[in-house]
Design a protein. Structure first.
Length: 290
């Protein structure tokens, strides 16, 4: 049984522009290369410059690594404490009683990451299908300049348990027939056929592969149909009766898998937040290749 849509179309959003009940956020980050041998797989650069060059009218900008991640953590994009998130979302006027719409540029994974974070805090949001790329390609209105923002709120979260797990939980679930561990990275990285920027090539043992990229229409940058997504997950043995742990490189692209699984009605879902950024660099953890 599928769930009410977690997505919003460009047509639907266009009809809402100017509505005082709308809270619209550009969530874009860019992962830029780092020198070989660096301790980090990439450099996280906020998309504020591309936001200023063009954004959907009325939108605010959210800096994932700068404001909404645990900057004291060893790995990028780690989920921070609830108090930090309440303060940050409050500064940006996020109000759970409003219609919250998230979008990003280039890939939807930045907006789906914020969607998953907000969901874990008890807040429902919708993701713009196709993101800013589809919006711009359709010739819809674009605004330039810095974010004007929304009036600050006193945001109070209602955290839900079980949305994030650590390496110990993942390790304990390896080989458990009641658990499906799903890798959202590309097949060449899943199989360990190419060097990995995260460390040792390969995958978490026993994990299956449903690449986030395979769930997106490359031309339109929109998500695939629910029927296609269902078939792709089923082909890898991912069924509704199982506990599903999704992972990727840094806990970002796996949220595309999580959004579609949620849309399909799966309800035993979690994210290994540190993902291969942690697993591949820890020699104490097992790794598997073809």
């Amino acid at each position: 049984m599928s769930q009410p849509s977690l997505l919003i179309t460009t047509e639907q959003l266009a009809a809402m522009l100017g509505d005082p009940g709308l809270r619209l956020y550009d969530c874009t980050t860019y992962n830029e290369p780092v020198p070989p041998g660096s301790d980090v797989p990439y450099r996280a650069v906020p998309g504020d410059k591309t936001f200023e060059a063009g954004h959907i009218p009325g939108a605010d900008f959210l800096d994932l690594q700068g404001e909404f991640s645990d900057t004291s953590a060893q790995h990028l994009f780690m989920m921070p404490g609830v108090a930090q998130l309440e303060a940050a979302f409050g500064r940006h006027g996020l109000d759970a009683s409003r219609t919250i719409v998230l979008y990003s540029i280039g890939t939807m994974m930045w907006s789906t990451r914020f969607w998953w974070m907000l969901r874990s805090l008890g807040v429902d949001a919708r993701v713009l299908d196709g993101g800013f790329d589809k919006w711009k390609a359709e010739g819809r209105p674009v605004e330039t300049g810095a974010a004007k923002g929304y009036p600050a709120t006193s945001f109070k979260a209602a955290p839900r348990a079980g949305f994030f797990v650590d390496k110990d939980t993942v390790m304990a679930r390896i080989g458990n027939p009641a658990t499906a561990i799903v890798n959202a990275l590309g097949p060449q990285f899943h199989r360990g056929l190419e060097p990995s920027r995260y460390g040792r090539p390969g995958r978490i043992p026993g994990s299956v592969n449903v690449p986030a990229a395979s769930l997106v229409d490359g031309a339109g940058k929109t998500l695939t149909t629910l029927a296609d997504a269902e078939a792709k997950f089923a082909s890898q043995g991912v069924t509704r009766d199982k506990d599903v742990i999704c992972y990727c490189g840094g806990g970002i692209s796996a949220t595309i898998d999580l959004l579609l699984l949620t849309q399909l009605g799966y309800d035993k879902l979690t994210l290994y937040d540190a993902s291969m950024g942690e697993w591949a660099r820890d020699p104490a953890l097992p790794i598997e290749t073809d």
